[in-house]
Design a protein around this ligand. Structure first.
Ligand SMILES: [Zn+2]
Ligand SMILES: [Zn+2]
Length: 493
């Protein structure tokens, strides 16, 4: 008998404790034995006296249980204490996994079938686990933001960039889509997320970027925002517009972690409820950040960078925004905390949920072209006011963005923000400033967002002219390919 069958969690990783058989229900012999024993020993039997003459009450029919359990990485597997978690995805999840909005890409990892319980419970460190984990993180990201917008009239779908009344194509996921590549990106033209794997120099172990909770949620964040503001991703926008995209990716990773109750509890314990002690943020995903050539982890909230320090470097500019939002989260959390009344973790979960909704609504309300940080800050102030939240919330937003030189305040920071205030920009992009995206993630460096077609067109036209001038006229020998087609490699940018 293979006794491992019952407990996929951690079976391959020796230092992880073997979870008890009841932890992850699987259709296995040990689990059935456990259930039988439990029903004999733990479940009370039916009462034997009285009531015998009465008919039993009609059972209340349970709704058909859609949804699947998945086993996924709770955090990056590089953070050894955290390990796997099981999560419940409350929708219809088909083999792949796939659903109406997210689908496995082909060619890629062969579709994973659910087990007899309808669950996607597979062995960690296998392609099947990677497929399930990546799907689950993208699904949770989309659900999280759809919830933030959901009102009284039910679901609010967030479209992908290409979606229309006649094109409802899902986002494709390629967890192993970039073999031996230190990269991960969202591609609009291919309607997909692709994740690289590689062996870092000086290391024996292969790093799979799809196993990083932060990287997957960051890239999914790009896809969500691109569906709302298609122009923002293009490189000819002002640097702050690019900063909004990159910051939204990093903030998505933070908000997705904070949407999970156990993560909130862990963070409260780790920081003793002082969120301004940000060291834990730098700890997380550091290995992946370093492997992707970045100076720290993906969350980037652990900083005090101001706009004038950031210049035109989009990644640095994004850290200004990410850091300010994180500081506002910490301020609101401190303001709302009341340990005598409510558990800190519950307060953190709720505060983070509110703030991510404010951020998403403010981004939607910001201009479709060339949006800047002050645009978003002013929308946040308006939304928080309309939500009738405490005046302190608006003051936190103003004060943190003033400190980052994003906006200027005509009033002293100790006075309340007036109800209809629209704050003037602080430090602005220089006129005609061009984005420097070198330190950003793969999405921001993808050629398709740089208008490379125009570069190719110009080159092809120059070639045609040269040919005409040098007597190479007439039809080319049997070729009718599109002139501007072919390989779009980033080096040409
Ligand atoms: Zn970043
Ligand atoms: Zn990014």
């Amino acid at each position: 008998m293979n006794r491992r069958v019952s407990v996929p969690a951690g079976a391959l990783v020796t230092e992880r404790e073997q979870a008890p058989v009841s932890f992850v229900p699987t259709p296995s012999a040990p689990y059935r034995q456990h259930r039988k024993a439990a029903s004999l020993m733990l479940e009370p039997g039916k009462p034997r006296i009285g009531l015998a003459d009465q008919p039993p009450p009609e059972p209340v029919p349970l709704p058909y249980a859609f949804g699947a359990r998945v086993l996924m990485w709770k955090q990056d597997p590089s953070v050894s204490e955290i390990g796997t978690r099981k999560a419940f995805l409350p929708g219809i999840v088909l083999a792949g996994p796939r659903d109406a909005r997210i689908v496995y890409g082909e060619p890629g990892i062969a579709p994973v079938s659910p087990n007899a319980f309808g669950d996607f419970v597979t062995m960690p460190d296998t392609p099947q686990f990677d497929a399930v984990h990546t799907f689950a993180v993208v699904r949770q990201t989309l659900t999280m933001y759809q919830r933030a917008l959901a009102g009284g009239d039910g679901e609010t779908p967030l479209p992908w960039q290409w979606n229309s009344s006649i094109d409802t194509a899902p986002l494709e996921i390629f967890p192993h889509g970039l073999p031996n590549t230190m990269n991960a990106f969202y591609s609009r033209s291919q309607c997909c997320l692709k994740f690289g794997d590689f062996v870092p120099s000086g290391s024996a172990e292969r790093v799979y970027t799809c196993r990083s909770f932060d990287i997957v949620s960051h890239e999914a964040g790009h896809a969500v925002l691109d569906g709302l503001k298609p122009d923002w991703l293009l490189a000819d926008n002002p640097p702050q517009t690019g900063g909004l995209h990159e910051a939204f990716g990093d903030l998505t990773a933070i908000f997705l972690a904070l949407s999970q109750l156990d993560q909130c509890e862990a963070i409260v314990a780790q920081t003793k409820a002082r969120l301004h002690d940000k060291t834990f943020l730098a700890d997380i995903a550091e290995q992946f950040g370093l492997a992707l050539g970045r100076s720290n982890g993906l969350r980037n909230a652990d900083n005090d960078i101001t706009l004038s320090e950031a210049g035109t470097e989009v990644h640095a500019i994004s850290q200004v925004f990410t850091g300010a939002i994180y500081d506002i989260l910490a301020d609101i959390f401190t303001h709302e905390r009341d340990p005598a009344l409510r558990d800190d973790a519950a307060v953190l979960h709720e505060v983070a949920g509110y703030l991510r909704g404010v951020l998403l609504r403010a981004l939607i309300a910001a201009p479709d072209f060339g949006a800047t940080y002050p645009d978003v800050v002013n929308e946040m102030l308006r939304i928080v006011g309309e939500d009738k939240r405490p005046a302190a919330y608006r003051n936190f937003i103003r004060n943190r963005f003033v400190a980052r030189e994003v906006v200027a305040s005509p009033l002293a920071l100790t006075e309340d923000v007036p109800a209809d205030a629209r704050l003037a920009p602080g430090v602005r992009d220089a006129p005609g400033a061009v984005q420097d995206r070198r330190a950003c993630c793969g999405t921001m460096n993808l050629a398709e967002y740089y208008g490379i077609d125009h570069v190719f067109d110009a080159e092809v036209q120059a070639l045609a002219q040269w040919c005409a001038e040098h007597g190479r006229t007439g039809p080319a020998p049997s070729r009718d390919d599109e002139a501007a087609g072919g390989d779009r490699s980033a080096e040409d940018a």
